[in-house]
Design a protein around this ligand. Structure first.
Ligand code: GNR
Ligand code: NI
Length: 185
């Protein structure tokens, strides 16, 4: 098991379009396990492979209250079953600490394969439907901030760019402190 580092906006790697998975094998099953561990640890209710810099069409989701209903979706797709859209305040592990309303289809038909290669076909509603649409966007290089105004998205981008600069400074400072300590014996 392993925790995987999560890419953060505006990292250009989040814009890559993920490729179909041709063979569901042990490597894919291990990736799904590591992604579930990373998602639960974050914590989050979904995670797309794109977010951990693997550009293949795999997502994991758990929208249950107790976090005991993991779902693995391989080569997933969806289509709306209604014109009706509902707004939900979304967040994203790749856009930490920013939340805003996004309108999504309220009822969708999901198609995918599970980690055993069994086909999945089901109707999704509520938070599950929101999450599927959010995760599928990731596989296509799209983020929830793309639905916001340019002004809001730029504001978020600038704040995260500053956080990333500060994170790098902290890491460098800690590394220097460690070297100093070691040189003093
Ligand atoms: O943990 C998450 N919560 C969430 C809340 C509302 C709408 C979508 C999500 S998905 C997000 C985890 C994530 O970033 N998945 O890509
Ligand atoms: Ni996300």
């Amino acid at each position: 098991m392993a925790l995987l580092p999560i890419l953060e906006f505006p990292d250009p790697r989040l814009r890559k379009v993920a490729a179909d998975i041709a063979h569901i094998n042990d490597d894919i099953r291990q990736l799904a396990k590591d992604m579930l561990e990373t998602m639960y640890h974050a914590p989050g209710i979904g995670l797309a492979a794109s977010q951990v810099n693997v550009h293949q069409r795999l997502v994991v989701i758990d929208v249950s209250d107790d976090g005991d209903e993991p779902r693995v979706l391989i080569n997933p797709s969806w289509e709306p079953l209604t014109e009706d859209k509902q707004s939900y305040q979304e967040g994203c592990l790749s856009v930490p600490e920013f939340y805003d309303d996004v309108a999504r289809y309220s009822r969708i038909q999901l198609s995918a394969f599970d980690e055993q290669g069994e086909p999945i076909s089901e109707v999704a509603e509520g938070l599950f439907a929101v999450c599927i649409q959010h995760e599928l966007d990731h596989l296509n290089g799209k983020l929830f901030v793309d639905y916001l105004s340019n002004l809001k998205r730029d504001r978020i981008r600038k704040k995260l760019e500053k956080k990333h600069r500060d994170d790098i400074k902290d890491t460098l400072y800690e590394a220097k402190a460690k070297v100093n300590l070691e040189s003093q014996g």
